[in-house]
Design a protein around this ligand. Structure first.
Ligand code: HPA
Length: 270
């Protein structure tokens, strides 16, 4: 594993030599976020040794190096999902590469279905904890001590400090920011009515098909993590409740300016 990470890092270093400190993972329909960046270099995933290649609509599939909020950042435009058929290890490979490139802080975004009855489509929810439900843990297998410990603590996967900073940024910008627990599932089916209800009862406020595996890998390596869900649909409703990928992408696109503002300000304060 470490050999593969190092090969990817060597390749990237041959094309880009600066030392970004913040990594950003963009969720479904959130790719145009990068228009806010001063782009210095783009590397398609397909060019990087051992990188999986993204297949889902709405994911362009490249690493973008540049400046945002006055800091050097790496943005992953497009991520790898377990439901695409990648192994859990493949899903987190880019996160490990970012860490080996010197990234200490990871900001993630995702599209998620809301279950908290106070949520509306288009809301942003700061993730303060997660429940991993049927997602395969990316640390299963032989542990590489070069990455992190065999049994990592998960009592605070999401940085309390960054959550507090995000709340004050939201307040200063009159931006409504929700907070809650994200439940990670495999997908690719959206949940049944009974499943949305169940996930809510066990303590989740939003549900999605990404993020949890990446966060586990990041915490394993000692990274500081902040993540946010864009609520793109509501799981618990009385009326007809069909959910489509197109609807998810549309809602994500509409909420994107708020997310961009938040990430930008958060990075500027680091
Ligand atoms: N469920 C699971 N994943 C999702 C949803 C949802 O309702 N919306 C966006 N991603």
């Amino acid at each position: 594993m470490v050999t593969k990470i190092e090969a990817a890092v060597r390749f990237i270093r041959g094309l880009y030599t600066d030392n970004p400190s913040v990594g950003i993972v963009l969720g479904s329909g959130l790719g145009s976020f990068t228009a806010e960046m001063t782009i210095e270099k783009e590397i398609p995933y397909g060019d990087i040794p051992h990188f999986p290649v993204s297949t889902v609509e709405g994911h362009s599939g490249k690493l973008i190096f540049g400046v945002l909020g006055g800091k050097k950042v790496i943005a992953m435009a497009g991520r790898f999902h377990f439901y695409e058929g990648y192994s859990a290890e493949e899903v987190v490979f880019p996160i490990r590469v970012m860490k080996f490139l010197g990234i200490e802080t990871l900001l993630l975004s995702n599209a998620a279905g809301g279950m908290n009855t106070n949520f509306e489509v288009g809301d942003l929810m700061v993730i303060n904890d997660h429940i991993s439900l049927f997602t395969v843990n990316p640390l299963i297998g032989e542990n590489s001590d070069a990455l992190g410990p065999r049994f990592p603590d998960m009592s605070e996967p999401y940085s309390k400090q960054l959550i507090a900073a995000a709340k004050s940024i939201a307040k200063a910008n009159h931006l409504d920011l929700k907070e809650g627990v994200y439940c990670g599932v495999t997908g690719p089916t959206f949940e049944t009515r009974a499943e949305y209800k169940f996930l809510h009862i066990i303590g989740s406020d939003a549900v999605g098909m990404s993020t949890v595996q990446e966060v586990i890998a990041a915490v394993h390596m000692g990274m500081t993590v902040f993540a946010i869900s864009v609520i793109t649909d509501l799981g618990i409703r009385e009326e007809e409740n069909k959910i489509t990928h197109a609807e998810v992408l549309e809602a994500a696109g509409k909420a994107e300016p708020k997310l961009t503002l938040l990430f930008k300000e958060l990075i500027a304060q680091m």
